[in-house]
Design a protein around this ligand. Structure first.
Ligand SMILES: [Zn+2]
Length: 333
């Protein structure tokens, strides 16, 4: 009797509940219907934004070898080579934007006649310096990873940004340090540009290594160097009579000087004697001629040490750039 009741209950259970159990399986099909598959997939996250520098490819001549690389890789190499990585992050960002602007300005203006098949090279007399991570890291030592990350941030945080004048990337030249003011482009080169004017710059002997430097020559040595570059110069008699009619700007930058009767620019004399800048005085002591020089570089555009002082004082990279490049705005071209 008990066994029959148990079988009856089992049958009732199977009759009533089994269809529900199977039905449950029908509600959750293993393969979604075709209609659902045709719906556009919903992404997990927003797609990565297009990065300007990473998507722009340029050809760079490195020690004579043409290499293709994206703009970000190139700019990181330029910033490694052109500015101390220990500088303030905002100064490094200003350098990254200046380097990008210089590169895109050159490309937009037909590139360099020195390398018609490449957009840029690593000759500092032509384009901008470039340093690989390996070369830079050898000098950075234990700071290598931190410095590299800082440079990456300087380039990435300013992705695609340029210094613009009337909407176009400018000739973003820069230099190491100046004596109180930067130079108007026309004072150094023949061309005058509205955004390369003389502006105040805050660096000094306290903030720049080798800010004041001296170079001494014997009369004989100096005569040989000058005569080789200026064959028409009359360099007879005492060296104290060789330099006449020196014209200087208020900050001491030599604009012109007569060397043995031949008038040259301060920039030219600086090149002949390999002085650190054209801001110099000359003194004579017995048979020795000494040039006392202030600052380093041509003095036009952004002063890198000045940018670092401004950044340390709390200025952002965009303000730093518009400080040095008169009448410009920062944005994508
Ligand atoms: Zn070049």
């Amino acid at each position: 009797m008990g066994k029959q009741v148990a079988v009856a209950f089992l049958l009732i259970f199977l009759i009533f509940f089994l269809p529900f159990l199977w039905g449950e399986a029908d509600v959750l099909p293993a393969v979604p219907p075709a209609g659902d598959a045709a719906q556009p997939p919903v992404p997990d996250t927003d797609p990565a934004p297009t990065r300007y520098d990473a998507s722009a490819t340029i050809t760079v001549l490195l020690d004579g070898q043409a290499q293709q690389m994206d703009l970000q890789t190139y700019l990181m190499g330029v910033v490694r080579a052109e500015m101390p990585a220990a500088f303030e992050l905002e100064a490094l960002k200003a350098q990254a934007v200046a380097a990008r602007t210089y590169t895109l300005h050159k490309i937009a203006n037909g590139g360099s006649a020195n390398h018609p098949d490449a957009d840029a090279c690593n000759d500092i007399g032509c384009c901008q310096a470039f340093k690989s991570y390996e070369d830079a890291a050898a000098g950075w030592g234990v700071d290598a990873q931190a410095f590299e990350e800082k440079i990456r941030q300087a380039v990435e945080d300013t992705d695609g940004e340029c210094i613009l004048y009337e909407g176009e990337p400018v000739l973003a030249v820069f230099h190491s340090s100046s004596a109180g003011v930067t130079q108007d482009a026309s004072a150094v080169w023949s061309e005058s540009l509205p955004y390369l004017q003389s502006v105040e710059t805050p660096e000094s002997a306290e903030t720049v290594p080798n800010y004041c430097s001296t170079v001494s020559f014997s009369a004989e040595e100096l005569k040989n160097k000058l005569q080789a570059a200026l064959p028409e110069a009359n360099l007879s008699g005492s060296p104290s009579n060789w330099f006449t009619n020196m014209r200087q700007e208020p900050n001491g930058t030599v604009t012109a000087v007569s060397v043995g009767g031949v008038t040259v620019s301060g920039t030219k004399l600086r090149a002949i004697l390999e002085l650190r800048s054209a801001c110099f005085t000359v003194s004579f002591d017995g048979g020795t001629v000494t040039f006392s020089v202030t600052g380093y570089g041509h003095g036009v555009g952004m002063s890198q040490y000045g940018a670092n002082v401004l950044a340390a004082d709390g200025m952002g990279y965009q303000e730093i750039l518009t400080w040095y490049y008169t009448g410009t705005a920062i944005g994508r071209p």
